[in-house]
Ligand binder design. Structure first.
Ligand code: SF4
Ligand code: MG
Length: 335
């Protein structure tokens, strides 16, 4: 499949008084046209920072320290702000967990959608207004013309997220980055929004990067998965590879902490004990070593190499080393 976006060896750090936080440490992934890639991991794993770096929306003191972000043949890390202004929103759009952070509370919803269409697509007011109404209808908002005249606070949480999606997709972006788009919503609305994103993707062919900590959401919507831990991608593969043939102990932990439909509701979920690594001074070995039940001596000394298990499946873990103890007894359960 043709690659639309390629991130290679991305490094992002935040220079703070206490020192430098190395939030993203050598992250690589690609996104094909029409594909949905999920980036999963606990909070603080570097998922959102990676997304903001792709959008070139990192706020001071965050900065891209190294690596490349290649979108449709264009290198974005060194692009000047003027060029990014044309790409952001129109080519690569982003929606956030809380739409209130990206909707302007003092502007009518319609005006906000129309503004982007006028600026990026050079539409006249009437055409832009018609397009805005059409987009609200497409995301399932009734009485679209009337709703365009309302302010964000007049919409419920789920409806606001629909407005955000309408706004993001009104410009026909080739890539949509959705950062925890349904986390703040209740389960029913969450399912509706995910379904809506899937339908719109089928209609428009937009590629999606879905950032989430919820593996249930991943199973529902993604084609491929990147599992992030401590600012690195520790495992990547198709949904099937990451769910049924996961090889990284952190991925096993995530799977165990995920509620399953076929299990009694009172089954206790097992959160992964311990806390993520200190990114002021990232460990020299495997970032998961302190929490990993299978950690070996080498894990504390040296960072594990990337092992290719298939064309799509890659993992960073010493258990894949031919000299490591057999790993088959390690996986806590067969998925
Ligand atoms: Fe665990 Fe070692 Fe693999 Fe890291 S490299 S996940 S510590 S076994
Ligand atoms: Mg986040």
């Amino acid at each position: 499949m043709e690659k639309l976006l390629e991130v290679n060896g991305l490094e992002v750090s935040f220079q703070l008084d206490k020192g430098e936080v190395q939030a993203v440490r050598g992250v690589s992934f690609s996104l094909a046209r029409g594909e949905t890639l999920a980036i999963v991991g606990e909070s603080g794993s570097g998922k959102s920072v990676t997304a903001l770096a792709v959008m070139r929306l990192l706020q001071h003191p965050g900065r891209i320290k190294g690596g490349e972000i290649c979108y449709d043949g264009i290198e974005l890390t060194r692009m000047e702000e003027k060029g990014m202004f044309r790409i952001r929103g129109a080519e690569i759009a982003m929606i956030f967990q809380d739409p209130m952070t990206s909707l302007n509370p003092t502007m009518k919803v319609g005006e906000q959608i129309i503004e982007g269409l006028r600026w990026h697509r050079k539409m006249g007011t009437a055409e832009a207004k018609a397009r805005a109404a059409e987009m609200l209808k497409r995301v399932g908002i009734a009485q679209a013309e009337r709703r365009l005249e309302q302010y964000p606070h007049e919409f419920s949480g789920g409806m606001r997220q629909r407005v955000m999606i309408a706004m993001a997709l009104s410009l026909n972006p080739k890539v949509l980055i959705a950062d925890e788009p349904t986390t703040a919503l209740d389960v029913t609305v969450q399912a509706q929004i995910l379904e809506l994103m899937k339908t719109l993707q089928e209609e428009t062919g937009t590629s999606i990067i879905l950032i989430t900590h919820d593996l249930g959401v991943v199973a529902e919507t993604a084609d491929r998965v990147c599992v992030m831990y401590g600012g690195q991608v520790v495992e990547t593969g198709t949904v099937n590879e990451c769910f049924r043939q996961a090889r990284h102990p952190y991925t096993w932990g995530l799977l165990q902490s995920m509620p399953r439909l076929d299990q009694p509701r009172d089954r206790e979920l097992q959160p992964i004990p311990g806390s993520p690594p200190d990114l002021y001074e990232p460990p020299q070995g495997c970032p998961f070593a302190d929490r990993c039940p299978y950690a070996m001596h080498v894990c504390y000394e040296e960072a594990p190499p990337l092992t290719r298990l298939s064309d799509t499946h890659q993992v960073k873990c010493w258990l894949e080393d031919p000299e490591a103890p057999p790993a088959e007894m390690n996986q806590p359960f067969a998925w």
